[in-house]
Design a binder for this molecule. Structure first.
Ligand SMILES: Cc1cc2nc3c(=O)[nH]c(=O)nc-3n(C[C@H](O)[C@H](O)[C@H](O)COP(=O)(O)O)c2cc1C
Length: 171
C-alpha cells in the first residue's frame, strides 16, 4: 500500500473484532514507530504493548469508560522517558516526537488491514498505576489496535484554502 492510500483510508476505529493481531503485523507496526524521526534524534518514546484482557479493561475504565479499548485485542501505551527538552523554537519536544511515532504506527496499521484510534481522554495517574509506570514518565496516548468491526465514514476536513496561506500570514 502506498502512503497516500494509507493516509486517505485511515479512520478512527471504535469497534473491534476480538480476532488476535498476528505477531509479525504487530512487530511491523512497532517498527514503523521505531523508525520515525525525533528532535535531535533523542528517541525518548517508549511503547508498552498490552494484550492482557483485565489490563485492557482497567485501561478502558481509566479512559472514561471508552469500552472499545477493552474490546481491542491490543492496546499500545505510548510514553516518553524525557519530558523537559525544549527545542529552540520554544516547543516541548516529547509530545511531538511521540505523536509522530504513533502517527507512523496508525498508518502502518492501515497497511496491515488493522484499525487504531488515538486516545487522549484518559486519567494519566490511573494509567500509570495500572501499568506500573514510574512518576517521571509521561503517557502521551493510548492506542487500541485490532481488526475493525465497522467501516466508519470519513470525517469532514477543512479545505486547503481554509488552512493554507501562501508566502505570509493572511489576516
Ligand atoms: C490527540 C488526539 C486525541 C484523541 N482522543 C480521542 C479519544 O479519547 N477518544 C476517541 O474516541 N477519539 C479520540 N480521537 C480521535 C478523533 O476524534 C478523530 O481523529 C477525529 O474525529 C477525526 O476522525 P478520523 O480519525 O476518523 O479521521 C483523538 C484524536 C487525536 C488526534
Amino acid at each position: 500500500m502506498d502512503v497516500k492510500t494509507a493516509i486517505r483510508t485511515r479512520r478512527s476505529i471504535r469497534a473491534y473484532d476480538p480476532r488476535e493481531v498476528e505477531e509479525e503485523k504487530l512487530v511491523r507496526i512497532l517498527e514503523s514507530g521505531r523508525l520515525s524521526p525525533s528532535a535531535s534524534n533523542r528517541q525518548e518514546r517508549r511503547f508498552i504493548v498490552i494484550k492482557d484482557a483485565s489490563t485492557r479493561k482497567a485501561l478502558s475504565e481509566a479512559a472514561k469508560n471508552q469500552k472499545f479499548l477493552a474490546d481491542a485485542p491490543v492496546v499500545i501505551a505510548a510514553c516518553s522517558v524525557e519530558k523537559e527538552y525544549v527545542m529552540s523554537c520554544g516547543q516541548l519536544a516529547y509530545p511531538i516526537d511521540t505523536a509522530i511515532a504513533v502517527d507512523h504506527m496508525t498508518l502502518a496499521a492501515v497497511e496491515e488491514s488493522l484499525g487504531t484510534c488515538w486516545i487522549g481522554a484518559f486519567d494519566e495517574k490511573k494509567v500509570k498505576e495500572i501499568l506500573n509506570i514510574p512518576d517521571d514518565i509521561r503517557v502521551v496516548t493510548l492506542l487500541p489496535l485490532g481488526y475493525p468491526s465497522d467501516t466508519p465514514r470519513p470525517t469532514p476536513r477543512k479545505g486547503l484554502d481554509e488552512i493554507v496561506m501562501w508566502e505570509k500570514w493572511r489576516i
